[in-house]
Design a protein around this ligand. Sequence first.
Ligand SMILES: [Zn+2]
Length: 405
Amino acid sequence: MISNIITGMQLRYNYRLYPTSGQRAALARAFGCARVAFNDGLRARQDAFASGQPYPTDRELSARLTAAKATPERAWLSEVSAVVLQQALADLNSAYRNLLNSIQGARNGPKVRPPRPRSRKDAKQAIRFTRNARFCITPSAKLRLPKIGDVPVRWSRPLPSAPSSVTVIKDAASRYFASFVIQVEPATLPEAESVIGIDLGLTHFAVLSDGRKTASPRFLRRAEKKLRHAQKYLSRKERGSKNREKARVKVARAYSRVTDARRNFHHQLSTALIRENQALAVEDLSVRGLARTRMAKSVHDAGWSAFVHMLEYKARLYGREFYRISRFEPTSQVCAACGAHEGPKPLHIRVWQCRACDAWLDRDINAAVNVAKAAGLAVSACGAQVGPGAIPAQRSEAGTLRGAA
Ligand SMILES: [Zn+2]
């Protein structure tokens, strides 16, 4: 079971689908028709732009699609649900809207690229059915899709309410998924006493202001290791060979296993943190900024932004307070015990002693406490202080130790 937020309180619920061979053929046809609807619309806009004609509106594209179905060249578009085609156009329209907003600066985040044609070779194929397509779940718990049939579903957990749309996806590993959009009403959890600051790091996935450290779970590390092996194997295969194709499928499978395992881990950890704490603060990491450095791979793998996003929507869902602290706060430079500014320290310094108050501090936990304090949360700095057992007897001159954490 996978769920994540789209907008507001809409959640996605994803399930594995097991279409029959006939249904797979029908789906392939629907993916193809949706691609054509999308690409025809894209070309119409590109041609209009190139020849100085006015921009074809959403409504015009829709009318052209209907007209095209009446022509012999495009008559086969009628073989699939009309909603699938209209939804492909809707994707094109929102791609243009995002592009326009990005150009005008009304949209945050990375620059949006102009839409490009969809291809049969794209790793992911998808079609969307909205409610007016009359998709439904049959009494025998299959997903009934117009002009596709009753597709078997593995219901890894029940759907909480009637979905407003379903997207059928085929991934690079040739697996099929149904992704339902569900309107979720905020729930309440019993009030919790504790508040927490969270530092997301490279040595540990998450370090908490109460001193706890969470590493990536073994199942995720194992899946990642398998993926690296599969990638290495693929890189040694000759281009265009049959073995290369087999290796490519293996990499795609290993990759989706890593993605699933990581998402599960994020869900478990974020749910536990939301249950335990009334208020949560996390550093607002600019993953994009970090990704340019040599840390890129591990940053990417750690999936921090996906995790923070999950924490944020679960906080909203369950009525917890959630704070993002600007990354310009020097969380690793200030002593959480006395507030003295100790200046930047190289990454290998894991434990240091404050020159003002003599407290021995764990770099990551100290940062987590500072994140909580920056959000105005009343946390104790005790968690950041290293117990006597962890303090090596020898004291270095600079007041810092390496490798002790
Ligand atoms: Zn201090």
